[in-house]
Design a protein around this ligand. Structure first.
Ligand SMILES: [Zn+2]
Length: 90
């Protein structure tokens, strides 16, 4: 399920929901453009993106279903890192 994208840009929590699809290139161009805009101004989300890339390196190809099933601990870790990063960012 793709969350609704607010007209004023993608908030961090929505980015986290979309990150696997972003890496999987399964998002519409318009959404990717919004994410790229957000990444340009949000180091916290860039950090999350890099960490997801590492996770995907371990797991091979990863999908939304995989995130829900095989990566709960890693996902929780990423969410924690993400919260810390975004808190620092503000
Ligand atoms: Zn962000």
């Amino acid at each position: 399920v793709t969350p609704t994208i607010p007209s004023d840009g993608i908030p961090c929590n929505v980015f986290v929901e979309l990150v696997t699809e972003y890496l999987d290139s399964s998002l519409p161009d318009g959404v990717v453009a919004r994410i790229d805009e957000h990444l340009a101004v949000c180091p916290g989300c860039v950090s999350v993106l890099e960490q997801f890339r590492v996770v995907i390196g371990y797991a091979g190809r990863i999908g939304e279903r995989d995130v829900d099933t095989i990566e709960p601990a890693v996902r929780a870790e990423l969410m924690q890192a993400f919260r810390e990063a975004t808190t620092r960012g503000r």
